[in-house]
Design a protein around this ligand. Sequence first.
Ligand SMILES: [Fe+2]
Length: 179
Amino acid sequence: MSKKSAKAKPAKSAEGALVPATTPINIGISAKDRAAIAQGLNALLADTFTLYLTTHNFHWNVTGPMFNTLHTMFMEQYTELWNAVDPIAERIRALGFPASGSFADYTKLSSLPDAPTEPPKALEMIRILVAGHEAVARTARDLFPLVDQASDEPTADLLTQRLDVHEKAAWMLRSLLEG
Ligand SMILES: [Fe+2]
């Protein structure tokens, strides 16, 4: 047992035996790196949740001649974003830190603005979502060098997948603005 874990304050288990207050994590990534990566992943989680909510909002409120296309496209995108928050949150837990899950946290951590109060026109919705996907891609990319240096392959894999999704979604949305 290392000096550090021996210092953990003992607590009593249900059976009355002494157990460490925290179970040490020893996966080959330093506590400092795990903390920094978890912090970056919480920012990614906040960005992803904010973009999920904005996309779902636009699915509900879109109007105009592109209604059918956008209503369906936004549904596919918010479903993907909704499914993405769980693996991000669970990676944070696997690294030993709490996953953010409140509007207060997301407001603080997200690099994306909240959805507009008044539903914008369809083209403005598309512009907002392009900017949103690009912002999430930047958050994921900013974290990559640290993850790479720490040999955190599962997080690198997760970030790679998220970058692919956001860059593809941004391209598809951007294409709707051209012509
Ligand atoms: Fe719907």
